[in-house]
Structure formats: structure tokens, C-alpha cells
Design a protein around this ligand. Sequence first.
Ligand code: PMP
Length: 427
Amino acid sequence: MNKSQSLYEQARLVMPGGVNSPVRAFNGVGGTPLFIEKADGAYIYDADGKAYIDYVGSWGPMILGHNNPDIADAVCKAVHKGLSYGAPTGIEVELANLVTSIMPSIEMLRMVNSGTEATMSAIRVARGFTQRDKIIKFEGCYHGHADYLLVKAGSGALTLGHPTSPGVPTDFVKHTLVCNYNDLESVRKTFEQYPNEIAAIIVEPVAGNMNCVPAKPDFLQGLRDLCDQYGALLIIDEVMTGFRVALGGAQEYYNITPDLTCLGKVIGGGMPVGAFGGRAEIMAQLAPIGPIYQAGTLSGNPIAMTAGYTALNLLTQVGVYPQLDSLTAKLANGLLAAANQFNVPLVVNHVGGMFGLFFTTQKDVTTYADVMKSDVELFKKFYHHMLSEGIYFAPSAFEAGFMSLAHGDDEINQTIDAAKRFFKTLK
Ligand code: PMP
């Protein structure tokens, strides 16, 4: 038994499934999850000392690669000034200014501690502001684990085959309307059915919780138009896409102005941070200046703010996003060419620093239904082959992959070569 296996055995006795968040338990691919000891640049190292090229990047935030020295130094300095005060700090103002300058649709924001908090708070504000109860979400999109959002959600929920969760009273989800991703008609019909009751649409602008499914070019603009027509707010959930598909997130990439934006993991540079923000008129409804309540003892934590501020500053440097895009494209095109060489049916989607692999004979994958047609069993075999060759993808066919700036040609070529060896075995 290696160290990961031994730790897993111990972990399962004291933590459900041996983990603190479901997908990492390897339920989606089978086998023992790797227990990680440390990470550096493009690599993570497991408890047995084996190195892996990492395409999980802590599920998105590690755009600069692991253990970035500037972030690590800034955090160490901040630690020596005390871990938390529960009072306002200058670094919160600096990070807020940086975010509002990068994403102009965010005039005001509030920091929280996770993506889940960001989406549930944004929805509360949207409901309070519009004085309406219903929301629209899309099948296969995940917005954290708030009760009323755990309806046809993606990622862990898809992996485990429990699209909705016991423990969520039916009454709590009665205001959640579910539409089809990349299908404007389904949204239009829903608005026609409830013209004055829908507070907001919440959407992943590139769906990253049913693998990686980019929005079609007219989809987000269509949502914007429908929201304007019916007096609803558009909430873009950029927990994954923010500062990843472009510096200004998917809203910059697609040129769409939301009313509210949710941010997560990336804004903390890997520390537990989230944020939601948008038009000042809407955000001014929040306590203490408005009636809508939202709070957090550790929100705006100085260590997390320091990590986020340092990370985002580094990301504003010229050339970062062209490089991230070109590394991702190189991997995507290389994997596709390798699959073609061995006649393995593969679709590769990619936007900015996100990508998704689908073993499928379909021409493209643009909807939840398309995603569900992909060959999960083949993905599992591919997954374990790649893992054995020291390449760490997300352990589920329904999760996106993430590129970092620390990945270079060597890592990408090694990944493509490992995939080739797998495709060859299928001949
Ligand atoms: N929204 C999106 C789009 C996400 O991908 C996630 C998590 N992966 C969340 C919200 C929830 O974030 P957290 O896990 O930090 O609560």
C-alpha cells in the first residue's frame, strides 16, 4: 500500500468519502485519490513523492502556476501582521479597485469566502432588488451548493449521478426554473410563461461543470436582451472564467455586460475567496446601506486579499493572456491531432485557459445533451493511463481542464505523447 492509499484508508474513517469535497474522491474515475504533499509551477507531488503535470490547478485559480514566489512572499509578509481582524483594511480597498478596473461592469463588490457564497448572495440581491422570486439556471451548470441551486447541477452532482440532493426540500427549489444551455428558445418560453416573476438568470458563460462547453456566440447576448425585455437581471457566474478566459473574464471575451458578476477561487489566488458585484444601484441595496442582509466574519480576510491582489496584479501584465491562450490551443490541437492519427473519436473544446476533452463521434459538443453522449468509460481508461504517465487531469469526465503559465512546451509535449501511447492501445 502506498502513502496515498494508506492516507485514504485513514481519511475514510473520519471524513465522508475521505474528502472535504466530493469530486476529488475519484468517484468519477475509480481508484484511490492522490493525496498531495506539495505543488510547484506546473507540477503537483503526491504523498509518495511522484510528480504529476497538473491540469487541475486547484480547480482553476493557479493561472500563474503553483507556488508563485511573489504570491508566497506577499502572503508570508501578511501572515506576520496578524491573520484576521474582522475590521476593514486597506488591502480590501486595493483589491476592490483592481477588480472594478479590470471588470468595468462591477462598480461595487463585496468579498465573500467561496463561490457558493458569491452566487447565493448575488441571487439574494437580485431577488431583493427586483422584488421577484424566480430565477433561471441551466441544466449542467453548477453555481455552488446552495439549496435552490442544486437543481440539475453539474460536476460533482453529475459525476455521482445525483442531479438533485436529498436534504433540499421541494419547496426550496420551487422558484428555480431550469432551461437548456445554448438554447435561447427554452429561455424565451420560460419568460413568456412567467413574464413578471423572474428576478434573474444565472449562467456560466463557459460551462465548466459539464466538462467545457463554451456559450454559442449569440447565446449570452440573447440572454441579455431577454433580461432587458422582461426586467430581470443577468448574473454571470465567472467563478471559473473570471481572469481565466480573458483578463476581464468571459464578459470581456464575449463583450456582454451583466448586471451582477460572481467571482471565486481565482480572485484569491488560491486562498478561499469569492466576491459578487455589479451595478452600484443594485449593490447599494446591501446592508449596511440597504435592507438586503449579507455578512461574513472572515470576509475580506487580509491574507486572502493579499494573495488575490498579488495574483491579479501579475495577471494584468502584458502578454499573459495571449500566452495562456496559445498554450491551451497547443495542447488542444496536439491532443486532437494525436486522436485523429489513431482514429479515436475526440472533440476538444477550449476557451482561453480552459479546455475539455470528449470521447464522442459527434462533430461538436455544445449542449448538455451532447455532453451526456460522450463515452465516460473510455474517459476513465484514458484518465488512468495519463495518471500512470504522471499527468493529472480532473478526475471526472464532467470537469474542465485548466492550463497555467508555468506549463511549457515540454509539459505539453509530454502530455500529447502520453495520450498518443493511450490512443495507440485502442487500435
Ligand atoms: N460557480 C461555479 C461556476 C463553479 O465552478 C463553482 C465551483 N467550482 C462554484 C460556483 C462554487 O464555488 P465554491 O466551490 O468555491 O463554493
